[in-house]
Design a binder for this molecule. Structure first.
Ligand SMILES: [Zn+2]
Ligand SMILES: [Zn+2]
Length: 124
């Protein structure tokens, strides 16, 4: 629920570096706020603003909820990928994924898996 109460900028406690909204305890932006130091600013950022911008829709992604598909879609919303793409990423992550595997993207990994399955089928 959004409220459109106009606040006096001088009274905002712990404003978010990016959006200026209060990240103080008791305010909506408090949850998952993180410390933010940039130029002369030494304070906080809310989790929404601290996240990456989606490579598909350009909207901010809530902190730590971005998914990586490949280099050009390195940070995307779950809902900005297709159902199939999300399934591939979930499988990849379940295998210990974490992008430490020798693949540049989930798609390359998945292609490799499919090919090896096909290979096994052919040799059987
Ligand atoms: Zn913010
Ligand atoms: Zn998106």
């Amino acid at each position: 629920m959004k409220s459109y109460v106009i606040k006096d900028a001088m009274t905002i406690i712990d404003p978010c570096f990016h959006c200026g909204q209060s990240t103080a305890p008791g305010y909506g932006k408090w949850v998952n706020r993180i410390g933010w130091v940039e130029d002369d600013f030494d304070g906080w950022s809310c989790a929404e603003c601290a996240g990456y911008e989606c490579d598909v829709c350009d909207e901010t992604i809530y902190l730590d909820e971005d998914r990586r598909w490949n280099d050009t879609r390195a940070h995307v919303h779950e809902e900005c990928l297709s159902k199939e793409q999300n399934q591939i990423i979930t499988m990849f992550n379940e295998l210990g994924g974490d992008w430490e595997l020798p693949y540049d993207d989930a798609e390359a990994w998945f292609t490799q898996v499919i090919e090896s399955l096909r290979g096994e089928g052919a040799n059987a």
